[in-house]
Design a protein around this ligand. Structure first.
Ligand code: GLU
Length: 278
């Protein structure tokens, strides 16, 4: 009888272990709170957007989103050496959060109702707006009103600017959708597209890198509220990240981070947004 019971316990233990292994071992089942307790966080950023989320040739990370990520991590109790940055391309962001590949994403990520069906957002920590980037010699694209005559416009798959073009200018322009904005910039430089469209702040970063070869034209024509995307339903982490954003604005670090990264490349005034405690 006793042996039988022991045997059953043993089989039970093996089954539990097998189940846990099948679920990806410890890490996938762990929450962001668990990661914070262990002093580590995996944060999704862009790797190719100068001044915002950029991985340098020496492997270091720079930009406004990187500063935001490090400040927020610090407030949660995680030091910079406990952060692993992962590339979070536009079209993969919701999936990466839902799969637990990252704890959260700080990557020029607009808060939208559609995305909120899959993930939650802390913030906003910044408000950008869609704009257009062309070569310096271009004269026939001066703003959104020039989106006519079958011009070729590059944007990124899964982005809000690409969607905006599809919704509003599908008949007037040809939309070329690539995986990253750096690819769109290559297409613009090589002459295979007439303009690149996305948030003004992203375009300003690329224009700054291109030392006068590329220029932003016209006014912004959408409002892109940048949020920090995280697992849907993780109210606790979201509230803590919102607290951190508010503190960052209040103690001057938010302004300083902006001025030391993308700020000098953008000429409009900076107003801090109000965090949305939904
Ligand atoms: N903010 C826009 C978006 O979230 C465009 C920038 C991006 O693709 O990261 O889709």
């Amino acid at each position: 009888m006793r042996i039988n019971r022991l045997l059953r316990l043993g089989i039970g233990a093996i089954a539990v272990t097998l189940f846990a292994t099948a679920c990806g071992g410890g890490s996938d089942a762990e929450t962001t709170e668990d990661h914070v307790k262990e002093g580590k966080l995996t944060i999704g950023i862009k790797f190719d957007q100068p001044g915002l989320g950029f991985r340098d040739t020496d492997g270091s990370y720079q930009g406004y989103d990187v500063e935001i990520a490090e400040y927020v991590a610090g407030k949660l109790g995680v030091q910079p050496d406990g952060i692993t940055f992962k590339e979070a391309p536009t079209a993969r962001r919701e999936t990466m959060i839902m799969n637990g590949e990252v704890d959260f994403i700080v990557a020029t990520y607009s808060i939208t109702d559609e995305r909120k069906e899959k993930v939650d957002f802390a913030g906003p920590y910044f408000v950008a707006g869609q704009s257009l980037l062309v070569k310096k010699e271009t004269t026939d694209v001066i703003g959104v009103e020039s989106l006519t005559g079958n011009k070729k416009l590059c944007s990124v798959k899964g982005s809000t600017p690409a969607q905006y073009v599809k919704d509003n200018y599908a008949k007037e322009v040809q939309l070329v959708e690539l995986d990253t904005y750096s690819r769109c910039i290559e297409a613009l430089r090589s002459g295979s597209v007439d303009a690149v469209t996305t948030d003004d702040i992203i375009l300003a970063g690329f224009a700054g890198q291109a030392s006068g070869e590329l220029k932003l034209v016209g006014n912004t024509f959408t409002r892109e509220k940048y949020g920090i995307g995280l697992k849907k339903g993780d109210q606790q982490t979201r509230a803590k990240i919102n607290d951190a954003i508010e503190e960052m604005i209040a103690d001057g670090s938010w302004q300083k981070a902006f001025e030391e990264t993308i700020g000098p490349l953008r000429d409009s005034t900076l107003t801090p947004p109000t965090v949305d405690r939904y």
